[in-house]
Design a protein around this ligand. Structure first.
Ligand code: DP6
Length: 354
């Protein structure tokens, strides 16, 4: 291997927003969830992380920067991802002696988000998906999105769903090693391509209670949680997959709003209670209700993650009624708008110099 040569690959990964929420882990080390979940991957033209991974004999240690700020790369979650990816590269190198020994080089990972980090806008999902995919590209791993989802899940649970575009499920799985806790495509983006999302930013501040801490507090103390994980979500997963297959927006919307409400109810039922939604969030719920009532049919669906910002899904034909109404109330600058996403792998660049 040439001394000091730099090997590099870049990728984008979009944000995904769950319509059936992941909340609760049965294994905190491997990020194995108590229930399955389902999300829509937004277009990478909208909210996304761009990550470049490089490796070189000239790098003294592994490093990670986000938006120009050095990050702690020694966290167990990041280390789990790096370990898995290096070991896959090592397997390739041991089978093909003409390959450069990239697995033994230090990595430099540079990420940029085009949206506020950790404000309940699924930044960790896009972040770990981009980290895993960029290193997989750098290492020229023949790994499928499914296999990469298993690795990205160990970085952040929701990240496993950002390895696919379109409508994506994440199976809770039952294996102790997490081998079956992987993401899968429910439908590609072009199956229901007129789906749109508008994001209403109530606050771009970092959230008070992280998802990781919040969900385990819920698991430990909420009496509602058991019913949600064991009965409510399994049934909704089936209904949501059917709504997507049939492109039934009214059913999709009803399930989305009810599941968001159910998730926030378990947060409120946590001891001490967790409040992610605020007065602005509740006002957005009321506006959605008013828009649906005025239209005389369901044209929009709200959902809230671990923060106060609303994501509102609607169909392109109802753009004026939904996004137009929110724009009228809030002004142009308040939020991002997005369409549903393309497949992430399209954004992967073929690594050079391998
Ligand atoms: C409310 O994936 O951020 O957005 O696995 O601990 O990193 P960790 O949690 P994270 O939780 C996301 C929770 C959610 C719901 C969802 O995206 O399904």
């Amino acid at each position: 291997m040439e001394d000091n040569k730099v090997y590099r690959a870049s990728t984008f990964a979009p944000v995904n927003i769950a319509v059936i929420k992941y909340w609760g882990k049965r294994d905190t080390k491997l990020n194995l969830p108590t229930n399955s979940s389902l999300s829509v991957t937004l277009s990478q033209d909208d909210l996304r992380t761009h990550t470049t991974a490089s490796c070189s004999a000239s790098f003294a240690s592994d490093t990670l920067t986000l938006n120009g700020q050095p990050q702690d790369i020694s966290t167990p979650r990041t280390q789990a991802c790096l370990r898995e990816l290096r070991s896959l590269r090592k397997d390739l190198e041991s089978k093909n002696s003409s390959l450069s020994q990239l697995s033994s080089l230090q990595l430099k990972i540079v990420s940029e988000n085009n949206f506020p980090t950790a404000a309940g806008l699924a930044s960790s999902a896009a972040g770990f998906a981009a980290l895993v995919r960029s290193i997989a590209n750098l290492y020229a791993l023949p790994a499928s999105p499914t296999e990469l989802s298993r690795i990205a899940r160990q970085g952040s649970g929701s990240a496993c769903r950002s390895l696919f575009g379109g409508y994506v499920g994440w199976n809770h799985g039952s294996a102790a090693d997490g081998s079956d806790s992987i993401a899968y495509e429910v439908a590609p983006a072009d199956h229901w391509s007129d789906m749109r999302a508008v994001i209403l930013v109530a606050s771009a501040e970092k959230k008070d209670v992280s998802s990781t801490a919040g969900m385990q507090a819920t698991v430990g103390t909420s009496a509602l949680f058991k019913a949600r994980a064991e009965t409510i979500v399994p049934q909704r997963m089936e209904e949501m997959e059917e709504a997507i297959r049939k492109k039934d927006f009214a059913a999709f919307a009803s399930l989305t709003m009810r599941d968001s409400n159910s998730f926030h109810a378990t947060c409120l039922d946590t001891d001490p209670p967790i409040f992610y939604m605020n007065d602005t969030s509740r006002a957005a719920v009321r506006v959605c209700q008013a828009i649906n009532e005025t239209a005389g049919r369901t044209v929009c669906a709200y959902t809230f993650d671990a923060g106060p910002n609303a994501v509102v899904y609607y169909l392109a034909a109802d753009e004026a009624a939904v996004a137009g109404t929110f724009r009228g109330i809030l002004g142009e600058k308040t939020g991002w708008e997005g369409s549903r996403g393309e497949k992430v792998e399209k954004a992967g660049q073929v690594p050079e110099n391998i």
